[in-house]
Write a protein that binds this ligand. Structure first.
Ligand SMILES: [Zn+2]
Length: 390
């Protein structure tokens, strides 16, 4: 049984531990100790990710839980800034921060839900039961297949923890990542990062502007021609950073822009990425001109980096059907959704571990208005426990 009080307490304790991306030492230690106390075999890989392995729990000789396939459960330990000195406040049925920081429900709620599920399955350490000793020892009487718990670091800065995870420690071929507002996400997009560098020609802005080609002008004209934002149901595009120029009295010789394209469709991703670059190049070529009797052409260089690959797990897949069935049993209907962002699940799916994303009720994440409804948090834990034990 999920213990609501214990779950809330756990969540409050976790959000109070500072853990911005790259500074997860303390939280890593705390969750490792908790997993060990619960009877897990815990490793911290070279990159700092925490992996806890739990054997099956069987309560009767007939039970075949120990033969069941291992399930992966995942959440990330890092949080976006501002996240130091978080003071969670319970107000009615929600938990929020004091307004000076984020709350950290992304993704401490996922961590808390997984720990609560383990606690409710295992109670005290002595209840970790091997198949041969399977008796009436546990007060929970719930069986469980083997579990691989993966708490990653540095998810928020480009899924870096998951990308560097020691996959040799993982047996699971499918699993659940607790890291969403929506109840279940079964599709996530691919993501290209784009870096554009524009080389114009410097000149004195007052005495000889004709001798220059402004990289800033090229950049701004090109951006004004771009189609950005929501491109279609599957695709988004954004220019998020621009830089350039050195002084007001210099025609800017250099400017750069950083942007991204995401799409659930690989062809659209490529087409949109190509279009953005083409517009920069075409705009730049319009700025070619004769200086001192010679044709000078500005130059555009591009760098495209694949951040992560999309995934799509169909609704009739067992890993999805299990969630829908359990939801129905608990009295609500579950509709699968498309996600717009990347998460550890993108990396696991790429590695062949079929992973869907489950919600914890986290809301308005990455803002100081972030909050979580207590009932949603509890529901998430009940759902996960049922998914594992059903
Ligand atoms: Zn997250």
């Amino acid at each position: 049984m999920i213990n609501e009080k214990r779950l809330i307490q756990e969540f409050l304790e976790l959000v109070k531990i500072d853990s911005p991306s790259g500074k997860e030492k303390k939280i890593t230690q705390v969750v490792s100790d908790k997993l060990k106390d619960l009877g897990g075999k815990v490793s911290i890989d070279k990159f700092g990710n925490v992996i806890g392995k739990f054997s099956a729990i069987c309560h009767s000789e007939r039970s075949e839980e120990s033969l069941l396939p291992t399930i992966l459960l995942n959440a990330h330990l890092d949080t976006v800034t501002p996240c130091e000195g978080i003071k969670p406040i319970i107000e009615g049925n929600i938990i929020k921060s004091d307004g000076k920081t984020i709350l950290g429900g992304d993704d401490k709620s996922g961590v808390a839900v997984i720990l609560e599920v383990l606690m409710s399955l295992r109670g005290a350490p002595s209840f970790v039961i091997a198949r041969s000793e399977a008796t009436k020892q546990s007060h929970t009487q719930q069986n469980s297949p083997p579990l691989d718990i993966v708490f990653t670091v540095s998810e928020e800065i480009g899924l870096v923890g998951a990308k560097n995870l020691d996959f040799s420690l993982i047996d699971a071929k499918f699993g659940y990542s607790l890291d969403s507002t929506n109840l279940i996400i079964t599709q996530a997009p691919s993501h290209n990062k784009i870096h554009i560098k524009i080389y114009g020609k410097e000149a004195h802005a007052g005495t000889s502007p004709d001798q220059g080609i402004s990289a800033i002008e090229i950049l701004s004209k090109a951006i004004s021609k771009q189609r950005l934002g929501k491109i279609d149901d599957e695709t988004t595009a954004n220019i998020g950073v621009i830089k350039g120029g050195n002084a007001t009295n210099i025609v800017a010789g250099y400017a750069e822009a950083e942007g991204e394209v995401r799409s659930h469709n690989e062809r659209k991703l490529k087409d949109k990425t190509d279009e953005i670059i083409r517009i920069f190049k075409e705009t730049a070529s319009d700025f070619s001109k004769e200086i001192d009797g010679k044709v000078v052409s500005p130059k555009v260089e591009e760098e495209i980096r694949r951040e992560y690959n999309s995934f799509h797990i169909p609704d009739d897949d067992e890993v999805v059907k299990r969630v829908v069935k359990v939801g129905n049993r608990l009295g609500f209907s579950i509709e699968t959704k498309k996600g717009g962002g990347g998460s550890d699940a993108n990396i696991f799916n790429k590695k062949g571990i079929k992973t869907v994303i489950l919600g914890t009720g986290m809301s308005k994440v990455h803002t100081k208005e972030e909050f979580i409804k207590i009932e949603d948090l509890v529901l998430s834990a009940r759902l996960l426990l049922e998914i594992i034990t059903s």
